[in-house]
Design a protein around this ligand. Structure first.
Ligand SMILES: Cc1cc2nc3c(=O)[nH]c(=O)nc-3n(C[C@H](O)[C@H](O)[C@H](O)COP(=O)(O)O)c2cc1C
Ligand SMILES: C=C(O[C@@H]1CC(C(=O)O)=C[C@@H](OP(=O)(O)O)[C@H]1O)C(=O)O
Length: 388
Protein backbone atom coordinates (compact mmCIF):
# COMPACT_ATOMS: atom_id res chain seq x y z
CA UNK A 1 0.00 0.00 0.00
CA UNK A 2 1.17 3.51 -0.72
CA UNK A 3 -0.39 6.92 -1.07
CA UNK A 4 0.25 10.40 -2.33
CA UNK A 5 -1.47 13.63 -1.41
CA UNK A 6 -1.84 16.90 -3.25
CA UNK A 7 -3.48 20.23 -2.59
CA UNK A 8 -2.77 23.73 -1.29
CA UNK A 9 -4.17 24.90 2.03
CA UNK A 10 -6.39 27.57 0.45
CA UNK A 11 -6.71 25.93 -2.97
CA UNK A 12 -9.78 24.14 -4.25
CA UNK A 13 -9.28 20.73 -2.69
CA UNK A 14 -7.05 18.11 -1.15
CA UNK A 15 -6.61 14.85 -3.01
CA UNK A 16 -5.34 11.49 -1.76
CA UNK A 17 -4.62 8.53 -4.02
CA UNK A 18 -4.15 5.22 -2.25
CA UNK A 19 -2.86 2.19 -4.07
CA UNK A 20 -2.69 -1.42 -2.97
CA UNK A 21 -5.87 -1.71 -0.91
CA UNK A 22 -7.23 -5.22 -1.61
CA UNK A 23 -10.63 -5.66 -3.21
CA UNK A 24 -13.81 -6.53 -1.29
CA UNK A 25 -13.00 -4.48 1.77
CA UNK A 26 -16.23 -2.85 2.96
CA UNK A 27 -15.69 0.93 2.78
CA UNK A 28 -18.17 3.81 2.97
CA UNK A 29 -17.51 7.59 3.21
CA UNK A 30 -18.87 7.76 6.79
CA UNK A 31 -15.89 5.73 8.03
CA UNK A 32 -13.50 8.31 6.58
CA UNK A 33 -15.63 11.30 7.61
CA UNK A 34 -15.57 10.20 11.22
CA UNK A 35 -11.77 10.49 11.20
CA UNK A 36 -11.77 13.80 9.31
CA UNK A 37 -14.19 15.33 11.79
CA UNK A 38 -12.14 14.10 14.74
CA UNK A 39 -9.02 15.74 13.27
CA UNK A 40 -10.81 19.08 13.07
CA UNK A 41 -11.65 19.14 16.74
CA UNK A 42 -9.61 19.77 19.83
CA UNK A 43 -9.18 22.80 22.04
CA UNK A 44 -6.74 25.45 20.82
CA UNK A 45 -7.43 25.50 17.13
CA UNK A 46 -7.90 28.76 15.22
CA UNK A 47 -10.82 30.12 13.20
CA UNK A 48 -10.09 28.07 10.08
CA UNK A 49 -11.60 24.97 11.63
CA UNK A 50 -14.92 26.80 11.99
CA UNK A 51 -14.90 27.55 8.26
CA UNK A 52 -14.14 24.01 7.13
CA UNK A 53 -16.38 20.99 7.40
CA UNK A 54 -14.16 18.22 6.11
CA UNK A 55 -16.17 15.59 4.29
CA UNK A 56 -14.77 13.11 1.81
CA UNK A 57 -15.80 12.48 -1.74
CA UNK A 58 -14.60 9.01 -2.80
CA UNK A 59 -14.02 9.50 -6.51
CA UNK A 60 -12.54 6.13 -7.48
CA UNK A 61 -11.74 2.62 -6.32
CA UNK A 62 -14.98 1.94 -4.43
CA UNK A 63 -18.30 0.68 -5.75
CA UNK A 64 -21.48 -0.14 -3.83
CA UNK A 65 -19.62 0.05 -0.52
CA UNK A 66 -16.70 -2.22 -1.39
CA UNK A 67 -13.17 -1.55 -2.58
CA UNK A 68 -12.39 -2.68 -6.13
CA UNK A 69 -8.65 -3.26 -5.73
CA UNK A 70 -8.02 -0.28 -8.02
CA UNK A 71 -6.53 3.01 -6.76
CA UNK A 72 -8.80 4.81 -4.31
CA UNK A 73 -9.08 8.58 -4.71
CA UNK A 74 -10.33 10.76 -1.91
CA UNK A 75 -11.22 14.42 -2.31
CA UNK A 76 -11.77 16.91 0.51
CA UNK A 77 -12.91 20.36 -0.61
CA UNK A 78 -11.57 23.50 1.04
CA UNK A 79 -14.61 25.59 1.96
CA UNK A 80 -12.24 28.51 2.59
CA UNK A 81 -11.26 28.54 -1.12
CA UNK A 82 -14.18 30.82 -1.95
CA UNK A 83 -12.58 33.55 0.19
CA UNK A 84 -9.20 33.08 -1.51
CA UNK A 85 -10.10 32.82 -5.20
CA UNK A 86 -8.26 36.05 -6.09
CA UNK A 87 -5.20 35.17 -4.05
CA UNK A 88 -5.05 31.54 -5.19
CA UNK A 89 -5.96 32.28 -8.87
CA UNK A 90 -4.87 29.89 -11.60
CA UNK A 91 -4.64 32.41 -14.49
CA UNK A 92 -1.33 34.21 -15.14
CA UNK A 93 -1.24 37.53 -13.31
CA UNK A 94 -1.43 40.77 -15.28
CA UNK A 95 1.76 42.88 -14.95
CA UNK A 96 0.03 45.54 -12.86
CA UNK A 97 -1.85 43.12 -10.61
CA UNK A 98 -2.10 44.03 -6.98
CA UNK A 99 -1.43 40.65 -5.37
CA UNK A 100 -2.49 40.96 -1.80
CA UNK A 101 -0.96 39.09 1.10
CA UNK A 102 2.41 38.47 -0.52
CA UNK A 103 4.73 37.03 2.10
CA UNK A 104 8.26 38.40 2.25
CA UNK A 105 8.94 38.07 5.98
CA UNK A 106 9.49 34.36 6.69
CA UNK A 107 8.21 32.95 9.98
CA UNK A 108 10.91 31.34 12.14
CA UNK A 109 10.07 27.66 12.59
CA UNK A 110 7.87 27.38 9.49
CA UNK A 111 8.96 26.21 6.02
CA UNK A 112 8.79 29.74 4.52
CA UNK A 113 12.46 30.70 4.15
CA UNK A 114 14.00 27.32 3.33
CA UNK A 115 11.21 26.57 0.86
CA UNK A 116 11.38 30.04 -0.71
CA UNK A 117 15.14 29.76 -1.26
CA UNK A 118 14.93 26.22 -2.58
CA UNK A 119 12.02 26.71 -5.01
CA UNK A 120 12.79 30.33 -5.93
CA UNK A 121 9.51 31.62 -4.47
CA UNK A 122 9.97 35.24 -3.51
CA UNK A 123 6.31 35.25 -2.48
CA UNK A 124 6.58 32.70 0.27
CA UNK A 125 2.82 32.12 0.17
CA UNK A 126 3.78 29.61 -2.53
CA UNK A 127 5.61 27.64 0.16
CA UNK A 128 3.16 28.14 2.99
CA UNK A 129 0.23 26.85 0.96
CA UNK A 130 1.68 23.37 0.66
CA UNK A 131 3.74 23.21 3.84
CA UNK A 132 0.60 23.95 5.86
CA UNK A 133 -0.72 21.14 8.02
CA UNK A 134 -3.96 21.40 6.09
CA UNK A 135 -2.36 18.52 4.17
CA UNK A 136 -2.79 16.30 7.21
CA UNK A 137 -6.52 16.07 6.38
CA UNK A 138 -5.52 14.20 3.20
CA UNK A 139 -3.28 11.90 5.23
CA UNK A 140 -5.98 11.20 7.76
CA UNK A 141 -8.13 10.11 4.79
CA UNK A 142 -5.52 7.50 3.85
CA UNK A 143 -5.16 6.44 7.47
CA UNK A 144 -8.92 6.07 7.84
CA UNK A 145 -8.96 3.55 4.99
CA UNK A 146 -6.05 1.74 6.67
CA UNK A 147 -7.99 1.68 9.95
CA UNK A 148 -10.95 0.03 8.23
CA UNK A 149 -8.66 -2.71 6.91
CA UNK A 150 -6.99 -3.16 10.31
CA UNK A 151 -10.32 -3.32 12.15
CA UNK A 152 -11.50 -6.12 9.86
CA UNK A 153 -8.37 -7.99 10.97
CA UNK A 154 -8.99 -7.32 14.67
CA UNK A 155 -6.35 -4.57 14.99
CA UNK A 156 -7.37 -1.32 16.75
CA UNK A 157 -5.44 1.95 16.90
CA UNK A 158 -6.08 4.88 19.28
CA UNK A 159 -4.36 8.27 19.44
CA UNK A 160 -4.57 10.73 22.33
CA UNK A 161 -2.66 13.45 24.19
CA UNK A 162 -0.18 12.74 27.00
CA UNK A 163 1.25 16.18 27.60
CA UNK A 164 0.70 19.84 26.71
CA UNK A 165 3.08 22.62 27.78
CA UNK A 166 4.71 20.41 30.42
CA UNK A 167 1.37 19.31 31.95
CA UNK A 168 1.40 15.51 31.92
CA UNK A 169 -1.73 13.39 31.83
CA UNK A 170 -1.24 9.93 33.30
CA UNK A 171 -2.81 6.91 31.64
CA UNK A 172 -3.74 3.70 33.39
CA UNK A 173 -1.62 1.05 31.67
CA UNK A 174 -4.47 -1.47 31.91
CA UNK A 175 -6.89 0.54 29.78
CA UNK A 176 -7.82 -1.26 26.58
CA UNK A 177 -7.46 0.38 23.20
CA UNK A 178 -11.25 0.84 22.99
CA UNK A 179 -11.32 2.54 26.41
CA UNK A 180 -8.45 4.82 25.43
CA UNK A 181 -10.26 5.81 22.24
CA UNK A 182 -13.54 6.46 24.03
CA UNK A 183 -12.15 8.42 27.00
CA UNK A 184 -9.96 10.67 24.87
CA UNK A 185 -12.86 11.34 22.51
CA UNK A 186 -14.86 12.83 25.39
CA UNK A 187 -12.09 15.27 26.35
CA UNK A 188 -11.65 18.65 24.60
CA UNK A 189 -7.89 18.12 24.75
CA UNK A 190 -8.18 14.38 23.95
CA UNK A 191 -6.64 13.19 27.21
CA UNK A 192 -7.49 11.05 30.26
CA UNK A 193 -6.88 12.91 33.44
CA UNK A 194 -9.59 15.55 33.84
CA UNK A 195 -7.60 17.76 36.17
CA UNK A 196 -4.64 17.73 33.75
CA UNK A 197 -7.10 18.53 30.95
CA UNK A 198 -8.33 21.62 32.83
CA UNK A 199 -4.75 22.81 33.31
CA UNK A 200 -3.94 22.17 29.66
CA UNK A 201 -6.89 24.26 28.53
CA UNK A 202 -5.84 27.08 30.84
CA UNK A 203 -2.31 26.92 29.41
CA UNK A 204 -3.74 27.13 25.89
CA UNK A 205 -5.90 30.14 26.86
CA UNK A 206 -2.88 31.92 28.32
CA UNK A 207 -0.71 31.19 25.27
CA UNK A 208 -3.46 32.48 22.99
CA UNK A 209 -3.92 35.64 25.05
CA UNK A 210 -0.19 36.29 24.98
CA UNK A 211 0.05 35.74 21.21
CA UNK A 212 2.20 32.68 21.84
CA UNK A 213 1.87 28.95 21.11
CA UNK A 214 2.50 25.68 22.94
CA UNK A 215 3.37 22.10 22.05
CA UNK A 216 3.09 18.69 23.65
CA UNK A 217 3.26 14.92 23.38
CA UNK A 218 0.84 12.56 21.62
CA UNK A 219 0.65 8.80 22.09
CA UNK A 220 -0.66 6.06 19.84
CA UNK A 221 -1.65 2.69 21.27
CA UNK A 222 -2.30 -0.38 19.11
CA UNK A 223 -3.76 -3.75 20.05
CA UNK A 224 -4.02 -6.84 17.89
CA UNK A 225 -0.92 -6.63 15.69
CA UNK A 226 0.38 -10.16 15.17
CA UNK A 227 4.02 -10.79 16.19
CA UNK A 228 6.75 -10.69 13.56
CA UNK A 229 5.51 -7.79 11.41
CA UNK A 230 8.53 -5.90 10.06
CA UNK A 231 11.94 -7.56 9.91
CA UNK A 232 15.44 -7.51 11.38
CA UNK A 233 17.12 -8.77 8.17
CA UNK A 234 17.50 -5.41 6.47
CA UNK A 235 17.58 -1.90 7.95
CA UNK A 236 14.83 -0.62 5.70
CA UNK A 237 12.42 -3.38 6.71
CA UNK A 238 12.32 -2.47 10.40
CA UNK A 239 8.73 -1.54 11.16
CA UNK A 240 9.50 0.60 14.20
CA UNK A 241 11.77 2.72 11.99
CA UNK A 242 9.01 3.10 9.41
CA UNK A 243 6.54 4.17 12.07
CA UNK A 244 9.09 6.63 13.48
CA UNK A 245 9.55 8.11 10.00
CA UNK A 246 5.81 8.45 9.52
CA UNK A 247 5.39 10.20 12.88
CA UNK A 248 8.33 12.51 12.18
CA UNK A 249 6.72 13.44 8.86
CA UNK A 250 3.79 15.09 10.64
CA UNK A 251 4.13 18.87 10.58
CA UNK A 252 5.88 20.18 13.71
CA UNK A 253 6.81 16.73 15.10
CA UNK A 254 10.35 16.68 16.45
CA UNK A 255 10.86 13.30 18.12
CA UNK A 256 9.51 9.77 18.53
CA UNK A 257 9.87 7.12 21.22
CA UNK A 258 8.58 3.58 21.74
CA UNK A 259 7.65 2.33 25.20
CA UNK A 260 10.07 3.75 27.77
CA UNK A 261 11.88 5.53 24.93
CA UNK A 262 14.50 8.03 26.10
CA UNK A 263 13.82 7.01 29.71
CA UNK A 264 15.51 3.65 28.92
CA UNK A 265 18.86 5.44 29.01
CA UNK A 266 18.36 5.98 32.75
CA UNK A 267 17.68 2.33 33.71
CA UNK A 268 19.54 -0.99 33.85
CA UNK A 269 18.73 -3.72 31.35
CA UNK A 270 16.85 -5.70 34.00
CA UNK A 271 14.46 -2.76 34.33
CA UNK A 272 13.98 -2.27 30.60
CA UNK A 273 13.59 -5.66 28.90
CA UNK A 274 10.32 -7.55 29.04
CA UNK A 275 10.36 -11.14 30.33
CA UNK A 276 8.91 -13.77 28.01
CA UNK A 277 5.99 -15.97 29.10
CA UNK A 278 3.81 -18.56 27.37
CA UNK A 279 0.18 -19.51 27.81
CA UNK A 280 -1.93 -22.05 25.89
CA UNK A 281 -4.55 -19.50 24.83
CA UNK A 282 -2.32 -16.45 24.36
CA UNK A 283 0.82 -18.11 23.04
CA UNK A 284 3.95 -16.08 23.77
CA UNK A 285 3.64 -12.77 25.60
CA UNK A 286 5.71 -10.44 27.76
CA UNK A 287 5.32 -9.84 31.48
CA UNK A 288 5.70 -6.09 30.91
CA UNK A 289 5.69 -3.91 27.81
CA UNK A 290 8.46 -1.41 28.45
CA UNK A 291 9.74 -1.70 24.90
CA UNK A 292 6.39 -0.65 23.48
CA UNK A 293 5.70 -3.70 21.28
CA UNK A 294 8.95 -3.93 19.27
CA UNK A 295 12.10 -6.05 19.39
CA UNK A 296 14.45 -6.33 16.42
CA UNK A 297 12.34 -4.06 14.22
CA UNK A 298 9.47 -6.57 14.52
CA UNK A 299 6.25 -6.52 16.46
CA UNK A 300 6.30 -8.69 19.58
CA UNK A 301 2.53 -9.14 19.63
CA UNK A 302 2.30 -6.87 22.68
CA UNK A 303 0.49 -3.53 22.29
CA UNK A 304 2.45 -0.94 20.32
CA UNK A 305 3.00 2.21 22.37
CA UNK A 306 4.57 5.10 20.50
CA UNK A 307 4.89 8.75 21.46
CA UNK A 308 5.59 11.79 19.28
CA UNK A 309 6.56 15.26 20.42
CA UNK A 310 5.07 18.32 18.73
CA UNK A 311 6.86 21.64 18.98
CA UNK A 312 4.82 24.81 19.58
CA UNK A 313 3.14 26.22 16.45
CA UNK A 314 5.55 28.57 14.61
CA UNK A 315 3.10 31.33 13.64
CA UNK A 316 2.94 33.75 16.55
CA UNK A 317 0.55 36.68 16.94
CA UNK A 318 3.43 38.30 18.84
CA UNK A 319 5.96 37.43 16.13
CA UNK A 320 9.68 36.79 16.45
CA UNK A 321 12.28 38.73 14.56
CA UNK A 322 12.81 37.90 10.91
CA UNK A 323 14.24 39.57 7.81
CA UNK A 324 12.25 41.07 4.93
CA UNK A 325 13.71 39.28 1.91
CA UNK A 326 13.00 42.29 -0.34
CA UNK A 327 14.82 44.90 1.76
CA UNK A 328 17.00 42.61 3.93
CA UNK A 329 15.92 44.82 6.83
CA UNK A 330 15.05 43.21 10.17
CA UNK A 331 11.30 42.94 10.60
CA UNK A 332 8.87 40.99 12.69
CA UNK A 333 7.75 37.77 10.92
CA UNK A 334 4.44 37.68 9.01
CA UNK A 335 1.32 36.89 10.95
CA UNK A 336 -1.06 34.39 9.43
CA UNK A 337 -4.29 33.27 11.02
CA UNK A 338 -3.15 30.39 13.21
CA UNK A 339 -3.82 27.76 15.85
CA UNK A 340 -2.29 28.38 19.29
CA UNK A 341 -2.11 24.66 20.09
CA UNK A 342 -2.83 21.80 17.71
CA UNK A 343 -1.60 18.89 19.86
CA UNK A 344 -5.11 17.38 20.29
CA UNK A 345 -5.70 17.49 16.51
CA UNK A 346 -2.20 16.16 15.88
CA UNK A 347 -2.93 13.10 18.05
CA UNK A 348 -5.61 12.15 15.51
CA UNK A 349 -3.13 12.68 12.66
CA UNK A 350 -0.56 10.53 14.44
CA UNK A 351 -3.10 7.74 14.98
CA UNK A 352 -3.79 7.71 11.25
CA UNK A 353 -0.21 7.83 9.96
CA UNK A 354 0.68 4.96 12.30
CA UNK A 355 -2.38 3.03 11.10
CA UNK A 356 -1.26 3.40 7.51
CA UNK A 357 2.21 1.99 8.27
CA UNK A 358 0.65 -0.98 10.06
CA UNK A 359 -1.75 -1.74 7.21
CA UNK A 360 1.15 -1.41 4.78
CA UNK A 361 3.25 -3.85 6.81
CA UNK A 362 0.41 -6.39 6.92
CA UNK A 363 -0.26 -6.19 3.19
CA UNK A 364 3.47 -6.59 2.49
CA UNK A 365 3.69 -9.65 4.74
CA UNK A 366 0.56 -11.27 3.26
CA UNK A 367 0.31 -10.06 -0.34
CA UNK A 368 -3.26 -10.52 -1.54
CA UNK A 369 -5.41 -8.53 -3.92
CA UNK A 370 -8.61 -9.99 -2.49
CA UNK A 371 -9.38 -9.04 1.12
CA UNK A 372 -10.90 -12.39 2.27
CA UNK A 373 -7.68 -14.10 1.14
CA UNK A 374 -5.64 -11.62 3.20
CA UNK A 375 -7.82 -12.23 6.24
CA UNK A 376 -7.46 -16.01 5.91
CA UNK A 377 -3.68 -15.69 5.67
CA UNK A 378 -3.54 -13.48 8.77
CA UNK A 379 -5.78 -15.87 10.75
CA UNK A 380 -3.62 -18.87 9.81
CA UNK A 381 -0.46 -16.98 10.67
CA UNK A 382 -1.84 -16.06 14.11
CA UNK A 383 -2.61 -19.71 14.76
CA UNK A 384 0.90 -20.73 13.68
CA UNK A 385 2.45 -18.11 15.99
CA UNK A 386 0.41 -19.33 18.96
CA UNK A 387 1.76 -22.84 18.50
CA UNK A 388 5.35 -21.97 17.68
C1 LIG B 1 -2.78 19.68 13.08
C2 LIG B 1 -1.71 20.72 12.90
C3 LIG B 1 -2.07 22.07 12.84
C4 LIG B 1 -1.10 23.05 12.67
N1 LIG B 1 -1.49 24.37 12.65
C5 LIG B 1 -0.57 25.32 12.47
C6 LIG B 1 -0.95 26.70 12.45
O1 LIG B 1 -2.13 27.05 12.59
N2 LIG B 1 0.04 27.61 12.27
C7 LIG B 1 1.34 27.27 12.11
O2 LIG B 1 2.18 28.13 11.95
N3 LIG B 1 1.72 25.97 12.14
C8 LIG B 1 0.81 25.00 12.31
N4 LIG B 1 1.21 23.69 12.33
C9 LIG B 1 2.65 23.37 12.23
C10 LIG B 1 3.27 23.69 10.87
O3 LIG B 1 2.52 23.14 9.81
C11 LIG B 1 4.72 23.20 10.82
O4 LIG B 1 5.43 23.68 11.90
C12 LIG B 1 5.38 23.66 9.51
O5 LIG B 1 4.82 22.95 8.42
C13 LIG B 1 6.91 23.49 9.48
O6 LIG B 1 7.27 22.15 9.54
P1 LIG B 1 8.16 21.54 10.75
O7 LIG B 1 7.65 22.20 11.99
O8 LIG B 1 7.84 20.09 10.72
O9 LIG B 1 9.57 21.86 10.50
C14 LIG B 1 0.27 22.68 12.52
C15 LIG B 1 0.62 21.32 12.58
C16 LIG B 1 -0.35 20.35 12.78
C17 LIG B 1 0.06 18.89 12.83
C1 LIG C 1 -6.11 24.29 7.77
C2 LIG C 1 -5.63 23.53 8.73
O1 LIG C 1 -4.62 23.88 9.58
C3 LIG C 1 -3.87 25.01 9.26
C4 LIG C 1 -2.43 24.63 9.43
C5 LIG C 1 -1.56 25.80 9.32
C6 LIG C 1 -0.13 25.54 9.15
O2 LIG C 1 0.62 26.51 8.93
O3 LIG C 1 0.30 24.39 9.25
C7 LIG C 1 -2.05 27.08 9.42
C8 LIG C 1 -3.50 27.39 9.60
O4 LIG C 1 -4.07 27.69 8.35
P1 LIG C 1 -5.01 28.96 8.10
O5 LIG C 1 -4.08 30.12 7.98
O6 LIG C 1 -5.76 28.72 6.83
O7 LIG C 1 -5.92 29.07 9.28
C9 LIG C 1 -4.23 26.18 10.15
O8 LIG C 1 -5.61 26.42 10.17
C10 LIG C 1 -6.15 22.19 8.99
O9 LIG C 1 -5.63 21.55 9.90
O10 LIG C 1 -7.07 21.74 8.28
Amino acid sequence: MRYLTSGESHGKQLTTIIEGVPSHLPLVPEQINESLIRRQGGYGRGRRMQIEKDLVDITSGVRHGYTLGSPISLVVHNDDFKHWINIMGEDPLPEDADVKRTISRPRPGHADLNGGMKYGHRDMRNVLERSSARETAARVGAGAVAKVLLRELGIEVAGYVREIAGIVSEVDENLSVEERARISEDSPVRTFDESAAEKMMKAIDIAKKEGDSIGGVCEVYVEGMPPGMGSYVQYDRKLDAKIAGAVMSINAFKGVEFGLGFEAARHNGSEVHDEILWDKDRGYYRRTNRLGGFEGGMTSGMPIVVKGVMKPIPTLYKPLQSVDIETKEPFQASIERSDSCAVPAASVVMEHVVAFELAKAITEEFPADYFPRLKKAVDEYREEMREF
